[in-house]
Design a protein around this ligand. Structure first.
Ligand SMILES: *Cc1c(COP(=O)(O)O)cnc(C)c1O
Length: 424
């Protein structure tokens, strides 16, 4: 028999670490562009008894018995994803965004085939062809970047590279780029060379769900995504596609790249899709974009250089050299975390510093918007960040800014105390 004792009785060490991280999450302003706060409903499904079920295969085509209920549940998740994004096919089994990309690559390419994606140091993702990632090791990577003046994706370069290298897959998508993607132009380029157009919407699929940025589904053959970033669901991935690619994608995820699906996460994805289909979710994602714009505008007015001059989405990059030539991204991020603002350092275009040091900070607003902040607090947060960065050598000034940050954060806790017991 399993023990019915509580987590605290069985494992006080882990319980105490959860409680401590809850305190951290509840006392900072959170600006990591890929993070968010899942609802108690999402977490309830994620920690449910579906964790116990092996269900290799797909609904009504399983390799294990006892899947009747799991089939109903996964079908619900699939149907919700299809209807939320207007897709003909959805695979909700990828364990993460990287696994989703791996599944698509396995379904479309042989080792050595060419993929055209965005340079990692200009806003792309590891899985778009970094030499330290499977994508860079198994495939021939050709990469496009930003136009040096506009700091927007150089679509002329994308087309020139496409015509020259004839990639099998043209990939649009980013982890650190603040402008809309030109799906029409990407589609035209893919059609011109007979390539598959893949959009990696891992970062912004939540904004798509809320209708706050254009939906790539009508343009792309395949869209990969995560469910835990702006979408505010459980940690995981998914793939949306036209009917044409449904079979090869399903085969590439299972048995091609994964074993049993994590059905408790699939259940939590279904809950997140339901939450994201409500009108309030559009209000939320519009607020994410408004908050990012308010922060970027405040910084530009304060004389800080923002890559491309602003943002259309949930994130932007600061060029720290416009504040202090000697301040690296790594040092700035560490200092800000110590005074209560959590974000990450990030390379900026043509960064003179190495990727583990950098000259930039990435700022994202999905999490702070879930905390309940609107434009007024976003501008105030931008002011506090710039004040701290300008005085990064002045202990007493930092202490005073830290006090203001703590006061602000305490009014916008993601998990107010009435949830605290439930969450640990
Ligand atoms: C976050 C991200 C991924 C990977 O997601 P994981 O769940 O961390 O594996 C893939 N592509 C892009 C563009 C991302 O931003």
């Amino acid at each position: 028999m399993i023990s019915m004792k509580s987590l605290g009785e069985i494992d006080p060490e882990i319980e105490s670490l959860i409680t401590r991280d809850l305190a951290r999450q509840n006392s900072h302003i959170h600006l990591i562009a890929s993070e968010n706060f899942a609802s108690p409903a999402v977490m309830a499904a994620s920690s449910s008894i579906f964790t116990n079920k092996y269900a290799e295969g797909y609904p009504n085509k399983r390799y294990y018995e006892g899947c009747q209920i799991v089939d109903e549940m996964e079908t619900l998740a699939i149907e919700r994803a299809k209807s939320l994004f207007g897709a003909a096919h959805a695979n909700v089994q990828p364990h993460s965004g990287s696994q989703a990309n791996m599944g698509v690559y396995l379904s479309l390419m042989e080792p050595g085939d060419t993929i055209l994606g965005m340079r990692l140091d200009q806003g792309g993702h590891l899985t778009h062809g970094s030499p330290v990632n499977f994508s860079g090791q198994y495939y021939n990577i050709v990469a496009y970047g930003l136009h040096p003046e506009t700091e927007r994706i150089d679509m002329d370069q994308v087309r020139t590279l496409a015509l020259e290298h004839r990639p099998k897959v043209v990939l649009a998508g980013y982890s650190a780029y603040s402008r809309h993607l030109d799906y029409e132009a990407f589609r035209a380029i893919a059609d011109e060379i007979g390539a598959v157009l893949l959009v990696d919407a891992a970062h912004f699929i939540g904004l798509v769900a809320g209708g706050s940025v254009p939906n790539p589904v009508p343009y792309a053959d395949i869209v990969t995504a995560t469910t835990h970033k702006a979408l505010r669901g459980p940690r995981g991935g998914m793939i949306l596609s036209s009917e044409e690619y449904a079979k090869v994608i399903d085969k590439a995820i299972f048995p091609g790249g994964q074993g049993g699906p994590i059905e408790n996460q699939v259940a939590a994805k279904a809950v997140a899709f339901r939450e994201a289909s409500r009108p309030e979710f559009s209000t939320y994602t519009d607020q994410i974009v408004a908050n990012a714009r308010a922060m970027a505008e405040h910084m530009v007015e304060a004389g800080v250089r923002i890559i491309s001059g602003g943002t259309d989405n949930h994130l932007f990059l600061m060029d720290l050299r416009s504040i202090d030539e000697d301040l690296s991204g790594r040092d700035a991020a560490k200092m800000l975390d110590q005074i209560g603002v959590t974000l990450n350092f990030n390379s900026i275009p043509d960064d003179p510093r190495k990727p583990f040091i950098t000259s930039g900070l990435r700022i994202g607003t999905p999490a702070m918007t879930t905390q309940g902040m609107t434009e007024a607090e976003a501008s105030e947060t931008a002011r506090l960040i710039v004040a701290a960065l300008r005085k990064h050598n002045d202990e007493s000034a930092l202490e005073s800014v830290g006090g203001e940050i703590a006061a602000l954060a305490s009014r916008f806790q993601p998990y107010p105390s009435e949830f605290a017991g439930h969450l640990s």
